[in-house]
Design a protein around this ligand. Structure first.
Ligand code: C2E
Ligand code: MG
Ligand code: MG
Ligand code: MG
Length: 280
């Protein structure tokens, strides 16, 4: 019986790997054409100030609607894009689209609205990255202060010295830099003082277990206190309930993003949501 389950497990594993490799093949084949076919688009999720409820920015989140496979998560296809060398092109498209869209919204009355754009490691460490970002700003007319680039700890730690240089160069042009998914990578709190960042986003795993686990509450508290000392803005990601939002506000966390506030929206829906905020 035992050996039977082992064989069965093996088969399931094999089938799983086959499926995985077929899917990867399918994704990498189609990704190249996805941009041209306009299968890629951006959703925007509000970031709000916990004290005033004011929306300060959105995060641009990439979406791929595959004609046969349906919606595919960016967590799934971004790594494929990186591997296949498409990330440059896709990343540049994301930057340009997000900057253009945000400038258009500013002209429609959301004067102070900013935008956060996720940047992958290969994109960030490419020598032409800084020029690409500057070009996106120039073409769109968006001022640098309204753009925030989100990097993960693992991106920065691939080459810390070089990363710090690039971050400094970005900061010199007025662009904001943020650490995404903070607390899940290998950086210790003490590293924060060396990083030229404007903000950091507490990973949703900690936010999720706020209150439920005292240790996670303590971690969130420590990150917020550290942020205060270093003058780094703290954003809590993945805020799903009122209880979490209230607790974060009590802990002096400045900004929040999550389903409790709003799910990521297509541009038209985001605009309606933002206009309602302005009117109210
Ligand atoms: P991220 O940058 O940490 O983005 C936050 C993710 O959490 C998004 O998933 C968002 O939809 C989701 N989220 C927001 N609020 C909640 C909540 O209250 N509860 C839960 N459970 N989830 C919430 P999404 O859109 O699937 O993106 C996944 C990841 O893919 C992003 O994580 C980011 O690392 C990457 N990504 C997305 N767009 C881009 C892009 O344009 N370029 C690059 N390089 N990576 C991107
Ligand atoms: Mg992000
Ligand atoms: Mg995140
Ligand atoms: Mg993430």
């Amino acid at each position: 019986f035992l050996s039977f389950t082992t064989i069965e497990e093996k088969n399931i594993k094999l089938a799983y790997y086959d499926y995985e490799s077929v899917l990867r093949f399918e994704l990498s084949n189609h990704l190249q054409k996805a941009l041209e076919r306009k299968e890629l688009f951006l959703c925007y999720q509000p970031l709000v100030c916990l004290r005033t409820g004011e929306m300060i920015s959105s995060e641009a989140l990439l979406r791929w609607e595959h004609p046969k496979l349906g919606p595919i998560s960016p967590a799934r296809f971004i790594p494929v894009a990186e591997e296949m060398g498409f990330i440059q092109e896709i990343g540049a498209w994301v930057l340009n689209s997000a900057c253009k869209q945000t400038k258009a919204w500013q002209l429609k009355g959301m004067h102070q609205l900013g935008v956060c754009v996720n940047v992958s490691a290969k994109q960030f460490l490419n020598p032409s990255f800084l020029d690409e970002v500057k070009l996106a700003l120039k073409v769109s007319g968006l001022e640098a202060q309204y753009l925030t680039l989100e990097l993960t700890e693992s991106t920065m730690f691939q080459n810390l010295d070089e990363s710090i240089d690039i971050m400094k160069a970005l900061r010199n042009t007025g662009i904001n830099v943020s650490i995404d998914d903070f607390g899940t990578g290998y950086s210790s709190l003490s590293y924060l003082k060396y990083l030229p960042i404007n903000s950091l986003k507490i990973d949703q795993a900690f936010v999720n277990s706020l209150q439920a686990t005292p240790i996670d509450t303590a971690i969130v508290k420590a990150i917020i206190t550290m942020g205060e000392v270093l003058s780094v803005d703290i954003v809590a990601e993945g805020v799903e309930t009122k209880v979490q939002a209230d607790l974060l506000r009590e802990l002096n966390c400045q900004y929040a993003q999550g389903y409790y506030i709003k799910k990521p929206l297509i541009a038209d829906e985001f605009e309606v949501f933002a206009q309602q905020l302005i009117m109210s």
